[in-house]
Design a protein around this ligand. Structure first.
Ligand SMILES: *Cc1c(COP(=O)(O)O)cnc(C)c1O
Length: 535
């Protein structure tokens, strides 16, 4: 059976089900698979892959990692997560190339491409991950996590009710609420910073239906919410109080391995689509571009690569909070810098938690390549020690530098960033050239990809992770294509649709007219009380 271990090397081995229930390892490390499965293990040839629908790819991929689940259990989870009720596109994840949508005359297009030999239109394939209920890519993982978690609870004979605690800067909270709403045996509690999320995001959360959903605005910023939630998780006395009530806390944050692994599936699927669409031949390498915050999404792409998907470069795109760009370029992670609020808020982040998993794998590989197979455990222990040291430097000094071995592994990655002005300009250009709307996060990815092309001339077909619907960040998107003067975000949503003919996603329709179900605004110190009151 495939076992899961901590990135900080405490040596304990857990089944996937146990790791999913626990969320975080006892030594505060993150769970990683002891070994990554390969496509060969699950009889997935590239040719076969090209013809499989999304759910079949997801079953094979997730089943390979979570092999303590039976085939029936995996099918139950996948087929309840990716349904026509929950995803507005039958493909689940459409893959879109813009070269045929170029709206200008042929001459115009020719001139443009002569002026700009690095045009990204031809080689870019948008992997549209945002057709779930909350219009952000978080739905890909959070629509299946409740099923993985409740199945894990059943498998492990866990009697307690599971209470999910989540601090959110906007997208995670709504996706978690939608995923866990009315799931038997669970309660879901979300804390968001009062005044710190967009109007659309707030409206999405406070109108959430479901008897087990609880939403609180806290009088503080996102860091306060996050710190408050961590404090509750680490409070043993509080855990005892909850245990008396038959309740156990768990997390829907991207540190949970049950959230990370389902994301691997769409990169495997995307590769199959590129074969199917004739962009590549089976076995050809691709590039992957990911607008990155907590490093979960791009790490999932890396896992797909370790499984056997040929990837030439992982292009890690950041906004002005470019801590990852600098890290990839120098091997020095330095969080001692100003924090900027941008119009791609899901990437406004200075501590990128899933990076820890990549560092662990890179450290392990380098050490393990020098030793015999029977010494792999030693390699893991040594890697765990190395990561523990780096993370303690991050905690205490807010910066660290990785070893030459890890720097070597980072060469698979390219780091770049885009400013708010560049982001808005990109949205405008892509719409003008191709009549295609991208949200602010996807625009950051596209701009960084254009820079990569100009720098390298590498025209390898490339998957660009499109992480949100343009309607979710309607104001920036609308203004970037010349729509002005709306009174609020809701009017921007309607005007954006009117002006472009693109349909508003169901979940974002008439949000300002829905019944408000969650009005509580609480002090930071009252978060534990809010949890108790909700149960
Ligand atoms: C969460 C999010 C991201 C960042 O994803 P990570 O996995 O944290 O790197 C990017 N774009 C959008 C729209 C998001 O909601």
């Amino acid at each position: 059976m495939r076992m899961y271990v901590s990135t900080r090397g405490d040596g304990k081995e857990l089944t996937a089900a146990r790791a999913i229930i626990k969320g975080l390892a006892d030594d505060k490390g993150l769970f990683v698979p002891k070994a990554i499965p390969s496509l060969k293990d699950i009889d997935l040839s590239f040719e076969g892959l090209a013809d499989l629908p999304y759910n079949e790819v997801a079953k094979k991929t997730i089943g390979a990692f979570f092999d303590d689940f039976t085939e029936d259990e995996i099918s139950y989870c996948v087929d309840n997560a990716y349904t026509p009720e929950k995803f507005s596109k039958s493909e689940i994840v459409p893959v879109v190339n813009l070269s045929e949508r170029s709206s200008k005359t042929a001459d115009d297009a020719k001139m443009r491409s002569e002026n700009n030999p690095d045009s990204a239109i031809k080689s870019a394939y948008f992997l549209e991950l945002y057709h779930g209920r909350t219009s952000a890519f978080k739905d890909m993982a959070l629509s299946i996590l409740p099923y993985l978690l409740t199945t894990s609870v059943k498998k492990e004979g866990e009697e307690s009710k599971i209470c999910i605690l989540t601090a959110t800067s906007g997208d995670t909270g709504k996706a978690a609420l939608a995923g866990f709403s009315d799931v038997p045996g669970t309660e879901i509690i979300v804390f968001y910073p009062d005044g710190g999320v967009s109007e659309v995001q707030r409206a999405q959360m406070i109108t959430q239906e479901g008897a087990n959903t609880h939403v609180f605005a806290i009088k503080g910023n996102f860091d306060d919410a996050q710190t408050g939630v961590k404090k509750i998780f680490n409070d043993e006395k509080f855990a005892d109080t909850l245990a008396d009530k038959g309740v156990k806390l768990s997390s829907a944050n991207s540190i949970n391995i049950g959230r990370l692994i389902p994301q691997v599936a769409y990169y495997v699927y995307g590769y199959g689509r590129l074969i199917k669409q004739g962009a590549i031949k089976a076995g050809d390498a691709i590039n992957v571009v990911v607008p990155t915050g907590n490093f979960g999404n791009i790490l999932a792409a890396y896992y797909a690569h370790l499984m056997g998907i040929p990837v030439n470069k992982f292009i890690c795109a950041s906004n002005k909070n470019k801590v990852l760009t600098d890290f990839i370029n120098t091997g020095v992670y330095d969080a001692r810098r100003d924090f900027y609020l941008t119009n791609s808020p899901s990437m406004d982040i200075l501590i990128s938690s899933n990076l820890e998993r990549l560092l662990y794998h890179l450290a392990c590989d380098e050490i393990a390549s020098d030793v015999h197979a029977n010494e792999k455990n030693d390699a893991r222990n040594a890697a765990g020690d190395e990561i523990k040291e780096l993370m303690s430097e991050l905690d205490n000094q807010k910066h660290y530098e990785v070893s030459d071995a890890i720097k070597n592994g980072l060469k698979k990655f390219y780091g770049g960033f885009a400013t708010v002005e560049e982001t808005n300009d990109t949205i405008g250009r892509v719409y003008e050239d191709c009549k295609y709307l991208v949200d602010t996060h996807t625009a950051v990815a596209y701009k960084v990809y254009e820079n990569y092309l100009a720098e390298t001339g590498d025209h390898t077909p490339t998957l660009i992770a499109s992480t949100a619907s343009p309607f979710k960040f309607a104001k920036s998107v609308a203004e970037s294509i010349g729509i002005k003067g709306c009174v609020d975000d809701f009017e921007f949503v309607r005007e954006l649709s009117k002006n472009t003919g693109v349909e508003i996603p169901t979940g974002l329709c008439d949000l300002d007219k829905k019944e408000v179900r969650h009005r509580d605004v609480i002090e930071i110190g009252d978060m534990e009380g809010a949890v108790l009151g909700s149960l």
